[in-house]
Design a protein around this ligand. Structure first.
Ligand SMILES: [Zn+2]
Length: 124
């Protein structure tokens, strides 16, 4: 799996985009995995931690179940990488950019699912 992403940064940006169809519960697990990964030193460990969590979240996606998680992840990660590298060169850098606006929507959703969990942690 480490060959799928050249580094953790790439892995994280691809997984953020690919998490669009996940449930809030699964997305919360992704956010937790990203927090854990941030504390790890080795890129390979970080990538492993995040992709394992993403794979277990694929039960949310019927297409992934029928296709097989490994295949689904590989195909979609390759497509998303291509899309992101095209975007890097061609982003209009304004509000008309769909990629940026989708990414921002995901980041807001991720922050929200994460914040909803915090009171449970701190009330204990
Ligand atoms: Zn953009």
């Amino acid at each position: 799996m480490s060959k799928l992403f050249k580094n953790y940064e790439e892995c994280e940006s691809v997984i953020i985009i690919m998490s669009e169809d996940l449930s809030d519960k699964s997305l919360k697990n992704i956010v937790l995995a990203m927090n854990v990964s941030a504390s790890l030193l080795d890129d390979k460990d970080k990538i492993y931690r995040l992709t394992q969590t993403y794979r277990s979240a694929l039960w949310d996606i019927p297409e992934a179940i029928s296709q097989g998680f490994h295949k689904y992840l590989r195909i979609n990660a390759e497509e998303t990488k291509k899309m992101l590298s095209y975007h890097k060169k061609h982003c209009p850098k304004d509000t008309t950019c769909k990629v940026c606006s989708n990414k921002n929507k995901m980041l807001i959703r991720m922050r929200n699912v994460n914040e909803r969990k915090e009171p449970q942690i701190y009330n204990k």
